[in-house]
Design a protein around this ligand. Structure first.
Ligand code: HEM
Length: 397
């Protein structure tokens, strides 16, 4: 069994995942496709049980990758919560967690709705439009920059740098060129955030940036940690939400009977979003964990220091957990998908991204209810962040 990176896999990776689940064995991918000797890489696990147990296990794995940076870690996020063990992970997370609670993010409803309406007001009924460029991309970036306290004028630059990072974050498609572009993007983003930390922008008193400035002033957070936190939140805080909005619109309009259920009962929109997260998980794989000791998973022996990542997009279609796993069913309940991870590293931005997707889809349905897909969409050539590249619609009010 080998994952063959043809266009077919990018469009539809799920038959390959089903085969991995059937075999039940870990699958090794080198950090770089050009490394044909497979000298360094990570093991991918594909079943729901394997995914759940790895994500919940902080005894046998470390997430602190500082010592293993040369083995494919993301330098920009190294000092962030995502790559720390306890108690440092909890300490960093608790500094900002309250800003992402359901009650706290309610304040972004208004901004998100106004932006969604503005974007749609610029689009002509009767036209053919790629909704990723014209709609899905802008609102999550606007919301996250507002939350962080970054001036709106920086958005085009942030988007470009963030895309360079996304492109090279996929071990299966990275090239020397995209890898270098990613390193440059990290540097540019870090110096931008440094400017923010140094107080070069006007920023709201209740923004996350302001909070980090105060923590830094009071010696509770180093500059390095603060900048890494900003980079992580900026990146994680919009790339995946764009993916979720695009995929949800696609799945609804390619399943008219499910769309009709939502038209009859708008409360089912939450179910559609959860089902999109399961069926087209925006992050197809988790970040990696490193084994701390000898370990056996489903009969496969790992030594200490091996990198393991779980294929969320496969676990979420595991037939042992989900009936009709390849079907899009907005009424699916329960839906214990792992799209936001599990355990202590589960996604901090879960409520924010669900809120954004709900607003984006709902307002689109109100504004252009009679629209239709203008052909098959295309996906970005990235097996890690699963985002539509072209989602063309014929718009009709
Ligand atoms: C559809 C949208 C999103 C998806 C599918 C998603 C997915 C995930 C997943 C799978 C993880 C766990 C990674 C692992 O354990 O290896 C994670 C963690 C994280 N996510 Fe998200 N995410 C989304 C949106 C957001 C947003 C909007 C933000 C912030 C504004 C965010 C910030 C984070 C952070 C900071 C972590 C690390 C948490 C920790 O280490 O304690 N994410 N996300």
């Amino acid at each position: 069994m080998s994952i063959n990176l043809q266009d077919q896999f990018i469009t539809n990776p799920y038959p390959a995942y089903a085969e991995l689940r059937r075999l039940g064995q870990p699958y090794f991918i080198p950090h770089h496709p050009a490394d044909t000797n497979r000298t360094a890489g990570k093991w991918l696990l594909s079943t729901y049980d394997q995914a759940q147990s790895v994500l919940n296990d902080t005894d046998n794995f470390t997430k602190n990758n500082a010592a293993f940076r040369t083995q494919g870690a993301e330098p920009g996020f190294d000092a962030s919560m995502l790559f720390q063990d306890e108690p440092e992970h909890r300490r960093l997370r608790s500094l900002v967690e309250d800003l992402f609670r359901r009650t706290a993010i309610d304040r972004y409803k208004e901004i998100a709705s106004v932006k969604a309406r503005q974007l749609l007001a610029d689009l002509e009924p009767g036209s053919r439009v790629n909704l990723i460029d014209a709609y899905a991309e802008s609102m999550p970036l606007l919301v996250i920059t507002e939350l962080l306290g970054i001036p709106a004028s920086q958005m085009p630059l942030l988007r470009r740098l963030s895309q360079a990072i996304t492109t090279a974050s996929d071990d299966l498609t990275v090239t020397a060129e995209t890898h270098d572009a990613k390193a440059a993007a990290y540097r540019d983003l870090a110096s931008l955030m440094q400017a923010g930390m140094n107080g070069e922008w006007e920023t709201a008193e209740d923004s996350l940036l302001r909070r980090l400035q105060i923590l830094n002033r009071d010696s509770l957070l180093s500059q390095e940690h603060a900048i890494s936190m900003l980079l992580l939140l900026l990146f994680a805080g919009h790339e995946t939400s764009i993916a979720l909005i695009g995929s949800c619109l696609y799945l609804l309009f390619s399943h008219p009977e499910q769309l009709q259920l939502i038209r009859e009962n708008p409360d089912l929109l939450s179910g559609a979003i959860e089902e999109t997260l399961r069926l087209e998980s925006p992050l197809q794989r988790s970040t990696f964990r490193m084994t701390l000791r000898d370990l056996s998973i489903d009969g496969h022996q790992f030594g200490p220091g091996e990198q393991i990542s779980v294929i969320l997009g496969s676990a979420n279609r595991d037939e042992k957990v989900f009936s009709d796993p390849d079907q899009f069913m907005v009424r699916r309940f329960p839906n214990p998908h792992l799209a936001f991870g599990r355990g202590s590293y589960h996604c901090i931005g879960r409520h924010l991204s669900v809120l954004e997707a709900r607003i984006a889809v709902q307002i689109f349905l109100e504004h252009f209810p009679n629209s239709s897909l203008a052909g098959e969409p295309s996906w970005h050539r990235n097996s890690f962040v699963r985002t539509l590249q072209d989602l063309s619609f014929f718009l009709e009010a």
